[in-house]
Ligand binder design. Structure first.
Ligand code: 4NP
Length: 151
């Protein structure tokens, strides 16, 4: 089975949302793709996604309540065909860890390599709405490219 891993720093804001958006799309399209997410840090290990990620996901009928933050592992390197980093720092950290199949989320959906901004450091809910809108476009483009074999 094709496996895709979405990665950010804490695995509580951006990548859990990307994970949920991708899962909803894969289910809608009936694709045989396994989706997971992880963090480059273990700072929030075992925690549920942050409140605002849960809230914005819920507004689009995506339930990410059951997700639990976990750090990347060496096993992930062989398990996942594609790894998608939320920003350039995440990508550099993943490559330093040993991953050689790392994509940048902002290279999809016409964002010219823009980082998915870290909403953890923004005030309020607005940052999360922006992150959701960006992820919805990037994830759709990415999954379409996986589906049609161009990745
Ligand atoms: P994420 O956001 O990488 O999108 O999950 C963050 C969550 C927590 C921290 C940084 C970013 N932190 O510094 O604890």
């Amino acid at each position: 089975m094709n496996r895709i891993l979405f990665v950010c720093l804490g695995n509580i804001c951006r990548s859990p949302l990307a994970h949920g958006v991708a899962e909803q799309l894969v289910n809608k399209k009936n694709l045989e793709i396994f989706i997971d997410s992880a963090g480059t840090s273990d700072w929030h290990m075992g925690e549920a996604p942050c409140e605002y990620s849960i809230k914005i996901a819920d507004q689009y009928n995506i339930d990410i309540n059951q997700q639990q933050s976990r750090p990347i592992t060496k096993k992930d390197i062989t398990l996942f065909k594609h790894v998608v980093a939320m920003d350039k720092q995440n990508k550099a950290d993943l490559e330093a860890f040993g991953f050689d199949n790392v994509h940048l989320m902002g290279d999809f959906g016409n964002f010219q390599g823009e980082d998915v901004p870290d909403p953890y450091f923004f005030d309020g809910f607005e940052g999360f709405e922006h992150v959701y809108n960006m992820l919805a476009l990037c994830v759709e483009d990415f999954i379409t490219k996986v589906e049609n074999g161009s990745l």
